[in-house]
Design a protein around this ligand. Structure first.
Ligand SMILES: O=C(O)C(=O)C[C@]1(C(=O)O)C=C[C@@H](O)C=C1
Length: 362
């Protein structure tokens, strides 16, 4: 019996070896063809842009559509992202600036979107991420834009007012928080460090399970984990990778108050993207100081059957009580109905800037 089972195991492993040989040779063939694509881009007027997020979104949507299991869509998408990341790295290795330090959710979002064959560059502030991309030191940047529990990240919205950068993609990252410490028991902990937003996202859990523990806000979750790593009676609330990086034990996982807690990040760059087939566009609009101006600005969207996904207002910094509106809509600016709507909106705005058309997160 044991012998039969061993034979079965051996035969299964032989099958896996054969399949791996085929997969490897196909991946190598794919990489060769991607190299030829790079040569064709070098000859064309592609503006030196080798990375094509709209094409990658199409590849990933096809992967999802073909999937019949047993692997989940997420697993297959992760694998194909890594394949494309490696194929692109041989054409042109990308430098990606993100809101650091290492071990933050922004870093996780960066690798989730670009795969691991990129050079991820941690920056200390959102302004620095924009500056590195504007200066061409980084090819793209990754910045948080909103959290499903805590709302908009105003410092990112404000950067778009003065920056020429475009939005080239979005990343919808589920955020799971963990309580981590050198200690094994929560009763031995007297202080919890975390970023202000993360403490807010775990408010009810902390009230219920750790009412005796003091909470201290620090600059990032990774910094919280670093502090907890050399304080015997401290804990941090952070993502899993911070626990690994700073050698902490996870005492409780998924402690966020809302199970579907997520943060949306934007990919910023200099590239204007062509249509991927399922896109979103972001507009920044300064209204004229007239009665009913917001209604007039939004009316063309309704008239042309365009779905608005989000609107935020921010002080314009041009004068007191003067605002700009950030509006996300379905579609690409090259779509007939959206380009007509934008032309009509311009009659009621003192300034309208298309921040980008980009594929919806896959
Ligand atoms: O189709 C392209 O333009 C490619 O360069 C190939 C490829 C891929 O591996 O599929 C690689 C990088 C681009 O970002 C998009 C796709």
């Amino acid at each position: 019996m044991a012998n039969d089972n061993q034979q079965w195991l051996n035969s299964l492993r032989t099958q896996i070896d054969d399949i791996d040989t085929n997969i490897q040779s196909l991946i190598s063939k794919r990489a060769q063809i991607a190299n030829e694509v790079a040569q064709s881009k070098a000859k064309s007027d592609s503006g030196g842009f080798y990375y094509r997020p709209e094409r990658e979104a199409q590849v990933l949507r096809a992967v999802k559509q073909r999937n019949q299991g047993p692997l989940s869509d997420e697993s297959l998408i992760r694998l194909f992202k890594e394949i494309m990341s490696a194929c692109l790295a041989q054409q042109k290795p990308l430098n990606i600036a993100f809101l650091g330090p290492e071990g933050t959710f922004s870093e996780m979002a960066t690798y989730n979107f670009f795969g691991h064959s990129v050079k991820a560059m941690p920056e200390s502030t959102i302004d620095r991420v924009f500056a590195e991309v504007e200066a061409g030191i980084a090819d793209f940047g990754v910045v948080p834009i909103e959290n499903s529990t805590e709302g908009a990240v105003n410092s990112t919205l404000d950067m778009f007012i003065g920056s020429p950068l475009k939005i080239c993609g979005e990343i919808d990252l589920p955020i799971h928080h963990n309580l981590m410490s050198k200690q094994a028991l929560i009763k031995d902990i007297n202080v919890v460090f975390s970023h202000r937003q993360s403490l807010a996202q775990c408010r009810s859990w902390l009230r219920e399970h750790a009412p005796h523990i003091e909470t201290v806000a620090v600059s990032s979750n990774a910094e919280a984990a670093r502090k907890a790593s050399f304080n015997e009676h401290a804990a941090a609330i952070a993502g899993e990778s911070a626990a690994v990086m700073y050698g902490l034990k996870i005492l409780h996982s998924d402690i966020e108050d809302q199970a579907d807690n997520a943060t949306r990040f934007l990919v910023i760059g200099k590239q204007l993207l062509t249509k991927s087939g399922d896109d979103k566009s972001s507009l920044m609009v300064a209204g004229k100081d007239e009665p009913g101006v917001l209604f007039q600005i939004l009316k063309p969207l309704n008239d042309h059957g365009i779905s608005m996904k989000r609107i935020e207002s921010r002080p314009s910094k041009r004068g007191k009580w003067d605002y700009v509106f950030f509006i996300d809509v379905e579609g690409h600016v090259e779509d007939e109905n959206l380009s007509q709507a934008i032309a009509e909106m311009q009659r009621f705005t003192s300034n309208l800037k298309v921040l980008g058309s980009y594929p919806k997160s896959v």
